[in-house]
Write a protein that binds this ligand. Structure first.
Ligand code: SF4
Length: 135
């Protein structure tokens, strides 16, 4: 996947855009018409099924694809639902931060202070180890 090829799905992508990207994904090139049988092994959508679908759905895809019993849009639907389901809690968490930039600034500021404190301690240890303690 590469952003320059516009074939990525970002974590905060709008669900409509995610659905569209998956709906328009390339499939097995032998399935030119709905009635042409395909081979999941030659289809990138199958890779998604490997990750997101249970055995029942995978068997349905294998059977439906190789017999032209299902269409590609139909086949992609469980993938769309699974990806959206996975993204939903991530997007919900992200939304809370986007709506409250003050909280984000506070988190960053706390992090910076913590890092400064750790750096101070580390430098103190280094000086002591090198016999450069000033007092
Ligand atoms: S039915 Fe599914 S696995 Fe088969 S070519 Fe279409 S999208 Fe790919």
């Amino acid at each position: 996947m590469s952003k320059s090829y516009n074939n990525t799905i970002s974590l905060r992508e709008d669900p409509e855009v995610v659905s569209k990207k998956i709906r328009t994904m390339p499939t097995d090139t032998n399935r030119v018409r709905r009635t042409d049988p395909g081979d999941p092994e030659k289809c990138p959508v199958w890779q998604f099924h490997q990750v997101y679908s249970n055995d029942g759905i995978k068997a349905w895809v294998r059977e439906g694809c190789t017999t032209a019993g299902i269409g590609c849009i139909e086949c992609k639907q469980p993938v769309i639902e699974a990806v959206l389901k996975e993204l939903a809690p991530i997007q919900e968490r992200a939304r809370a931060f986007t709506e409250d930039p003050g909280a984000v600034r506070a988190i960053i500021s706390d992090g910076c202070e913590h890092a400064r404190e750790l750096a101070r301690e580390t430098m103190r240890d280094v000086r002591e180890a090198m016999g450069l303690s000033y007092g």
